[in-house]
Write a protein that binds this ligand. Sequence first.
Ligand code: ATP
Ligand code: MG
Length: 699
Amino acid sequence: MSSTGALSQVGIIRPLMSGLNLAQQEAVNYMHGPCLVLAGAGSGKTRVITHKVARLIQSGMEPRRIAAITFTNKAAAEMRERAKSLVGREAKEVVICTFHALGVRMMRQDGAALGLKPQFSILDTDDVTSILKDAGGTTDAATARQWQWAISTWKNQGLNAAQAEAQARDDNERVTARIMARYEERLTAYQSVDFDDLIGLPLKLLRDHADVREKWQQGLGHVLVDEYQDTNATQYELLKLLVGERGRITAVGDDDQSIYGWRGATLDNLRKLPQDYPTLKVVKLEQNYRSTSAILRAANNVIQPNPKLFPKTLFSELGEGEPVRIVDCDNEEHEAERIVARIQSIRANGMGKDWKDFAVLYRANHQARVFEQALRKAQIPYKVSGGQSFFDRAEIRDLCAWLRLWVNNDDDPAFLRSVTTPKRGIGHQTLQALGTFASKYKLSLFEALFSSSLGSVLPARTVGSLHEFGRYVNDLEFRARHTTGAEDARAFLGDWLKDIGYEKHLYDSEDNEKLAASRWTNVMEFCDWMAQRCGGQIDDTAGVTLASEKKNLLEVAQTISLLSTISEREQDQNVVTLSTLHASKGLEWPHVVLAGCVEGLLPFKPEDEAGKIVDESVVQRLQEERRLMYVGITRAQRSLAVSWSRKRKKGREMVAAMPSRFIAEMALDKSTVKEDPREKLKALRAEFAARKAAAQPAT
Ligand code: ATP
Ligand code: MG
């Protein structure tokens, strides 16, 4: 009996359909052609995807022939869990991942057709900035980031360096296009790709190689895409080639939640779908299962002024619920204080049990700091999501690159980062020659370094420096393997940092001494974190449970590459979430505060200095900001507060602030209550104290 037969025998179809309304069932059961689910927030679009994965398996499709594409790794992890609870272990084989992860998969399998070795490396933004600094001959990170932005835009439009130069509108663009050419040369030499390549190269692969295209189209039985409104033009083309003529695709999305226009996402992808797939079945979902009517009404009112691509109405049967609160404050510290008081008061009166029931959402990363301080002061646990994580910091990434290289000598970007951080006189030309040599002989940079014929392309002195580095890495690897216990590990790491002069490097490369000191503190913290794991004090690293015996440093270092999974585990923590609005997409919390709702932040600088709307692009930006507000409002299940302050920091100055126009657009009626949560908390505490006193036995 086939495993799918077994599944239908245990009768998954009934529970599968019982959690869906009729329209959702229709979308889930439509398996043989293209299907678009177009619906507002919280209407169960993501649920359709998860259930459809289960339904396809149940109908006999092999799990590995199903691909479900999500917007973030975290969303993929969550979807996998849900699919597992519906169909059991078989869900493990379904390809549930982001577009970028799918790109990695494709390039690992078939990238050789484009001259890429399977263990190619993926550069992150930091790596890209430093390669661009080198390619463009600057030390200024801001300039390099501007180039990065332009190059990324071109790549997303499917342009290579020569095409970008041909269509350049001014000298600046021409120069950037030439830098792009040098940047691409470096990437090829290093056998590395950047994030945009993870979409662009698979697209090129499918476009130019009919055999590979055929293989993928045959291999994939159905492709499902969540958050379809935020796909860009290259992703659309890639999807089209993946799906082929048969058009077995299910896309779910909401034009009102398109918030990545600034990164190239285009609603044209929604418009094109019915044209490119004439048999497209469109399903609309109208019921919102997430929010109370009060919250949903505010959301509908805010989005109302935007032009509609597809008209839709949303209703909720969860009752009117608590009115939406406006919290107005004197300044940002005051705002943070009041929001913390609100969280405490909701908890005190039993409306929210756990810290994880609360989220504070804001427009820009820097807004988190004041809330972090207030939460710390109140001893409330929290996490900042969508911001920079500890492991993303440049100094920690430097150290991780070294550790990765000890573990896996073939990790070329780790090699490049280690060999140049701190600088040891091995320059770009040497590395480029080494890279060309390595790819010619299909070797990793580290292997190439020890090749006996390297002397034919590099002078003996340079080869000597490379050998010295290689031997040092081998020596570190050997010592790390024999270092166990927290004390020894701490001593070993301390010696290594001294050897490579890392503290001096931090102070030399950072103008601001205070910043350098704080980076060095992070380094110390990281070493301590590693040492504790060597001592067996902490058993669990990035989802890998280590036995509680002492571990050697190399074994601990091996788990570092799994650290990206830490963020996926974070969601289980019982902590308040601080998040940017962009990072909150697709998620939900019982209690949400939208903070910093002032003009200039949300909407973010919509007009020119004179306060006039100047052109069409400004109008479009404002519409995107409105959608962002809509996304924020619709994250709330039971209660929503919107806060703003009369003064806000702009650079070093304090400036007067106006409430966001979106607050007025929410058209909250008289049921909107202006409250001071601190007063409410005081009253609750007094009541609690009185009750406690009354309960005390008389002495
Ligand atoms: P968003 O637009 O924010 O991504 P969405 O349309 O993807 O939202 P989901 O996250 O799938 O919506 O669903 C929102 C909430 O409603 C979830 O808690 C989900 O479990 C619940 N839900 C969805 N459909 C149903 C249903 N038919 N019956 C009960 N609850 C449902
Ligand atoms: Mg969703």
